[in-house]
Structure formats: C-alpha cells, structure tokens
Ligand binder design. Structure first.
Ligand code: LRH
Ligand code: MN
Ligand code: MN
Length: 388
C-alpha cells in the first residue's frame, strides 16, 4: 500500500472545501426537475445537510450562500445555526440572472435605473456578508447578447468597470470580491465576462481585494485549464475555484467524475504555484445533483478533491525538475503519471480512521439513517433556485 508522508498528511489535514447551499436543493435541466425525497425546505435545512458532509469527512467546514435563494429574515440566527452544527457561512453569491429587469443586462445595462438596481443588490449582499461573517462576494454575470450588433460591447465593459468600482468601494477591510467568468450561456453571441483575461482586466483595475474565480466548467472544450491556474497564481489573482465536472457544456457534475486526470493536472499546478491551503485561494464546489442523492453526491465530491490533492502532492518535484532540465521528455511525463496512477485510497482510509473519522465516509453516511429521516420528515422540499 502506498504510504503518505507526514508532510503530505499535514497538508491534507489543512484542506477545506466550501459547499454550495444550492447543491442540496432540487435542480435539473431545461426539461425537468426531478424532486428528491428529503430535499431541504429552507436555508437552515440546507446547512444542516451540508454539516453532514463535514461530519463524515472533516473536509467541508463552510457553506456558500446564494442571494436571493438563501434569503432569510435574520442572518445572525442563520450564522448561529451553522456554527452550532460545526460549519461556517462562507461566500455570498449574488444573483442577477432571474429578474425580469435584467433581461438585457444588469451591471452592464445602459438603463441607469436597472444598473443601479443591480449595484444595490450587490451592496445588499455585502450587508449580508457583514452579518454572516463572510469574506467573499462572488459575482457571476449572465450578461451578453445573442446577435452581432445587438449591443455595444465596448460601452458595456466600461459600465461594468464603473459598477464594479462602486461595489468594491463598499467592501470592508477583510472582504473581497471575486469575479467569475464563463464563455457562453445564457447569452450565445457575446458574454460580458467570457474568459479569465476579461475577469483579470476588470479586477486588476479595482485593487488588491478583487480576484478572479475559476469555475472548471466554464471553458470551451479542450481548454488547458491548468495553464490558466498557473497564470492566475503567478499573477496573484486566483481568488477561488468553483469545482465541478463537465462533458459538454456547463454540466455541473461531480468534480473529478468526467476527467479525473484534468483535476489532477489542475491540483498539480495549484501545489506548484503555492495555492494549496493558501487563504487567498478558496476551494469551492459549484455542482448540482439532478438525479443522485445530494448529500452523498457532495461527500463523493470532496473525497475526489482530497484524493486528487494527495496524488498531486505525491509528484516527485526533484525528479520532475531534473527530467525537465535534462529535456527528458518522457522521463518528465513519467514522473507526473506515476503520481497520477498511485491509488491513495487505502492510505487515506487508514488515515481517516486514525483521526476518528470513518474509513469509508460514503458507507458511514449510508448507514447513518439520515437520508431516510429527512425523507420522512421533510415534505415539499424546494428547488435549488432555478424555476423555484
Ligand atoms: C453560473 C454559475 C455561477 C452561479 C452558479 C449557480 O453558471 O456557475 O457560479 O452562481 O452557476
Ligand atoms: Mn460557478
Ligand atoms: Mn456554472
């Protein structure tokens, strides 16, 4: 059995992956949302479910909120509820993609009334962050156009910068803004923040508290995502990850399920660039569990990230550098592949047990009876937000 060195175990012990509250709600495709028995009926129940993931893995100490999906009357109470369950409230995600007013744009809109409304929504999100103790405001914009000529792309970039400046000005000393990019959808011709370069250009002119968020599902097929990871780390602007898997578009499947090797390559660059357990680089999931049970789906996800992190930490750096320096093409590649092909699961199971965690968190959760209890107790669970 492969053993993991004390240094590697220390690094793994420091790992924390934030869970998205919306992963616990029902979600689906354009065609149908299938309800899952036991789905949370409010943000309090979503957090209770998220706490289960942390309980069996010790890997998920915080939960991201999405506003207005997770709107409550009293955020201090929600915060206490989370803390009582051993988790924290994390990133606050704004939402300008479900309001009729934003049909033609929000932070980029040429109508000042609508742009003001969108800016104010973000200021409200920061008020919520003050109450929840959250550090990060995550902004993803569903803005763009469907037809060439429909919009003045240049004017929209200028208005976006102005809107972001107003939002940035309201951030507290310890708070940050992370700007997420996505190459298409819902707009199909142009998107206002389509790529890491645009996000970087927008946040770089705001200041140190503004960073880029990289969602692994938001790139064109074939994109070398680990190169982007390397570059953003090099520039000191990688603020966070939204981890998930995709086969076709923004599929939001379980991270590491579609292409485990890609996840390994990304994490290898994270390790190389000093991004692991670096407070500047938040690890988050952004997934939806449309047909599988949500809590085990999230447990599987954080375990996938942990397993691939362990493999990335196994890369023999000295051997790799030596092979690279000698232009030993296949030798260098072999060093990487040796780490990738190492099965770390038995070592991780043993290590978990030594920390009073279940060797197999999936089995322990299944045996706990929690899924049946929520299925019995909760009637009429809500959707994640889409179509709610
Ligand atoms: C957009 C996105 C963004 C949203 C989330 C629900 O596709 O990745 O992060 O907040 O999905
Ligand atoms: Mn995302
Ligand atoms: Mn997405």
């Amino acid at each position: 059995m492969t053993t993991l060195s004390p240094e590697i175990l220390t690094q793994l012990e420091g790992q924390g992956i934030e869970l998205p509250s919306w992963a616990f709600g029902n979600s689906g495709t354009r065609f149908r949302v299938f309800a899952t028995p036991g789905t949370p009926r409010d943000p309090f129940e979503k957090i209770a479910d998220a706490a289960q993931v942390n309980r069996y893995t010790a890997l998920a100490p915080s939960v991201a909120l999405h506003i207005p999906w997770d709107k409550v009357d009293d955020y201090a109470t929600l915060r206490r509820h989370a803390e009582d369950l051993g988790v924290e409230l994390g990133t606050v995600n704004s939402n300008t993609f479900q309001d009729e007013d934003y049909k033609f744009g929000a932070l980029t809109h040429h109508d000042e009334r609508i742009r003001r409304k969108a800016i104010d929504h973000h200021l409200e999100c920061i008020d919520i962050m003050d109450a929840t103790g959250s550090r990060d405001l995550k902004i993803w914009l569903a803005e763009g156009s469907n037809y060439p000529g429909q919009n003045d792309m240049r004017g929209r970039q200028d208005r976006l910068q102005d809107s972001l400046q107003q939002i940035y000005a309201r951030l507290g000393e310890e708070q940050r803004l992370v700007l997420e990019y996505k190459f298409f959808e819902p707009a199909f011709y142009h998107t206002d923040v389509p790529d890491w370069g645009t996000s970087y250009a927008q946040v770089a002119s705001l200041g140190d508290k503004a960073m880029v968020c990289l969602d692994t599902g938001h790139h064109a097929p074939g994109t070398n995502i680990e190169f982007i990871v390397m570059q953003l780390l090099r520039l000191g602007k990688l603020g966070s990850f939204d981890f998930n898997s995709r086969f076709y578009a923004d599929d939001d499947l379980i991270v590491g399920s579609a292409d485990p090797f890609q996840l390994f390559r990304i994490l290898t660059e994270v390790v190389r660039g000093g991004g692991l357990n670096n407070p500047d680089v938040a690890f988050m999931l952004d997934q939806c569990h449309n047909i599988e049970d949500k809590i085990p789906g999230q447990i599987r996800s954080v375990l996938n990230v942990q397993e691939m992190t362990a493999r990335a930490l196994l890369v023999d750096r000295d051997a790799l550098t030596a092979a690279q320096t000698a232009n030993d093409v296949l030798g260098a590649n072999a060093v990487l592949m040796d780490a990738f092909y190492t099965d770390v699961r038995p070592a991780l199971a043993e290590w978990r047990e030594s920390r009073d965690l279940p060797a197999d968190p999936m089995a322990a959760y299944a045996a706990s009876g929690y899924q049946q209890t929520i299925a019995d107790d909760r009637v009429g669970g809500t959707q994640a937000g889409w179509g709610a």
